[in-house]
Design a protein around this ligand. Structure first.
Ligand SMILES: [Zn+2]
Length: 273
């Protein structure tokens, strides 16, 4: 693989996948779906307190927050704490995720959504299954592109909502400008974050993980009248979205009209019990 940093995988913790990805995509980030991890965890470690701590350890974005949540978990159950010892945190907690993908997802909802959308196709023969998927993707590619055309903003509605929410949180923060596009942001309860606009970075790491400025960064921007939308990563822009959906999946006639039908080289799959 030329550039392993161009790839981030997420899967359940299936041993074969973990080995193959590390063999063929050496250096690429491989996350394991936290919901799958939790369903294993909860087999032996039950209770609401442990459940909440599991999700806190997965969701926090900095190493110190993660360590403190892990210590809290250890205080409740040493066994539950030990369960994590052979699970590399880089696979399941945001605090250890790399940030180059600008994506903080913990769950493989996107594969599950795709899987459930093709459920009707999966038990068909291979041609009609692929045809069903092609047809569905043809409609989807076009519908998403058309929807993006209608956005009246340079960024998608989901991003605009996130920014509006962060803006209202930012109003409770105090921003001190240091110069050079750097700020020290403080909250009423005495917490402080170091923000660097040039680097698109905040000590909370949320900005780096998502590419969308966090409330701390926004607080700095608001204090100096700096445009927030200029600091959102271009991956979320209408322009990028339209580029993603510009390729066309071509329409096709039904299988019975294909000239080569009946001569394809595929053998019947072997039946297994
Ligand atoms: Zn922040």
């Amino acid at each position: 693989m030329n550039n392993p940093r161009a790839w981030t995988f997420i899967s359940d913790k299936q041993k074969g996948l973990v080995d193959s990805i590390s063999q063929y995509c050496e250096g690429a980030e491989h996350r394991c779906c936290a919901r799958h991890l939790y369903s294993n965890f909860t087999l032996a470690h039950k209770g609401l307190a442990l459940k909440n701590l599991f999700w806190t350890t997965a969701r926090v974005t900095t190493v110190p927050e993660w360590k403190s949540a892990m210590n809290e978990l250890k205080d409740i159950s040493e066994e539950a704490y030990n369960w994590f010892l052979d699970k590399p945190p880089s696979q399941w907690t945001r605090s250890h995720f790399e940030d180059h993908s600008r994506c903080d997802i913990l769950l493989n909802n996107l594969c599950e959504a795709f899987n459930s959308s093709i459920v009707v196709a999966r038990d068909r023969s291979i041609f009609s299954m692929l045809e069903k998927i092609r047809h569905q993707q043809m409609i989807r590619m076009n519908a998403e592109g058309e929807a993006a055309q209608r956005w009246d903003h340079a960024f998608g509605p989901r991003i605009v909502k996130i920014i509006e929410k962060a803006e209202s949180e930012a109003r409770y923060l105090k921003a001190d400008y240091e110069g050079n596009q750097k700020f020290e942001i403080s909250s009423r309860d005495g917490l402080r974050w170091n923000v660097d606009l040039t680097e698109h970075a905040c000590a909370c790491r949320k900005w780096q993980l998502t590419g969308i400025p966090c409330p701390h960064a926004i607080s700095g921007m608001l204090s100096r009248d700096i445009g927030i939308y200029e600091y959102i990563d271009p991956w979320y822009s209408k322009e990028t979205y339209l580029k993603c959906y510009s390729p066309v999946i071509h329409p096709m006639s039904g299988l019975e009209l294909w000239p080569e039908l009946g001569k394809h080289p595929l053998n019947q799959p072997q039946k297994r019990k």
